[in-house]
Design a protein around this ligand. Structure first.
Ligand code: NAP
Ligand code: GLV
Length: 313
């Protein structure tokens, strides 16, 4: 079995070593420009388009991350990039769900207990007790109830604030009030105090975090965007912060990454920035998951995590 591999060069050697260890029977090679020799499986993160065209025999492309938007954007811009008969398979959790729960949990509790405001008071050397927000009305709304969103919702529920979840199809999660489909979108948003975005980036969800959505939330709401920068209309967030409709935001993802040094977000004290680090693809978990799925496909079995190309996730 032939497996071709691509990640940005800095990380490639460690991944290749671990894959070689997990799949000793596979002929594993790192893709180099000009390599169009046959392969059964490709394992990639942010691959160049040239890696796919033309390549005989490819049965599946494994994406070393949860979001497949970068690969699907290649396909949208250059139709036919992805081999027609190959499945696109993404990482499911792979160690990201607990990291996401820590990151979002930390941000939610930071806002609930007003640590963001204490940071400012400390910088001014001011001793002042702030009333905590009432937990009962500190409603957390999570956009996207997939692998990551549902894990985050379950992690937050025991803290006692109301937790809501929104997805395309109905979900049933203990302790979480769930909403599904566009018809229930406004009811989901109404009165939400912390909006957490864990949607995949698709044509349907592009620019979803905009002025209209912000206007439906509770006044002085908080935004946590850990999905993709292209979900957020940046000027609408700056305007909502200026008006007070949004009190503060924690952003892990941006339209342009790395965020350029002159981007206005750096100068906005109510925005907390992290460098797309909320949930990293963990090598050991991901290698084990991909190797097990390759073995299953080689035995003729089906696997989970197959991307629906029409839906875009
Ligand atoms: P997932 O399991 O595919 O879940 C996606 C969820 O979004 C599902 O609940 C789905 O609804 C819902 N959804 C999709 N399109 C929708 C629409 N138009 N309207 C309403 N709901 C919609 O994905 P995941 O593994 O949880 O990952 C989610 C995203 O997180 C990834 O795509 C990636 O962009 C991002 N991410 C970011 C980081 C980071 O470091 N910042 C790390 C990992 C992932 P159904 O349940 O009905 O299908
Ligand atoms: C990271 O952003 C991922 O999609 O896994």
């Amino acid at each position: 079995m032939k497996v071709i591999f691509y990640t940005p060069p800095k990380e490639a050697a460690d991944w290749l070593r671990d894959f070689a260890h997990a799949m000793p029977e596979a002929e594993l090679r790192e893709w180099q420009p000009g390599d169009d020799a046959p392969a059964d499986f490709a394992v990639v993160w942010r691959p160049p388009r040239e890696m796919f065209t033309p390549r005989a025999g490819l049965r599946a492309v494994f994406n070393l991350g949860a979001g497949v938007d970068a690969i699907l954007a290649l396909e949208r811009e250059h139709p036919g990039t992805l081999p027609r008969d190959a499945q696109l398979i993404r990482i499911e959790d792979g160690g990201m769900a607990p990291q996401m729960a820590e990151y979002v949990g930390h941000a939610v509790l930071r806002y609930l207990r007003r640590f963001d405001e204490y940071d400012i008071l400390q910088a001014e050397r001011r001793w002042k007790v702030l009333e905590p927000h009432p937990r009962e009305t500190f409603t957390v709304g999570i956009l996207g109830m997939g692998v990551l969103g549902s894990h985050v919702a379950r992690a937050l529920a025991p803290f006692g604030m109301p937790v809501r979840g929104y997805s395309r199809s109905p979900r049933d999660i203990e302790g979480v009030k769930t909403y599904a489909g566009e018809a229930q979108f406004d009811a989901f948003l109404s009165g939400v105090k912390v909006l957490v975005n864990l949607l995949p980036h698709t044509p349907d969800t592009h620019d979803v975090l905009d002025a209209r959505v912000f206007s439906k939330l509770a006044h002085g709401a908080y935004l946590i965007n850990v999905a993709r920068g292209a979900h957020l209309v940046e000027q609408d967030l700056l305007d909502a912060l200026a008006s007070g409709q949004i009190a503060a935001a924690t952003l892990d993802v941006f339209r342009e990454e790395p965020l350029s040094a002159n981007h206005p977000f750096w100068r906005q004290p109510r925005i907390t920035i992290t460098p797309h680090s909320s949930a990293l693809t963990l090598r050991a978990e991901s290698v084990a998951q991909v190797a097990a799925k390759i073995a299953a496909l080689a035995r003729g079995e089906s696997v989970t995590g197959v991307v629906d190309l029409a839906r875009g996730y």
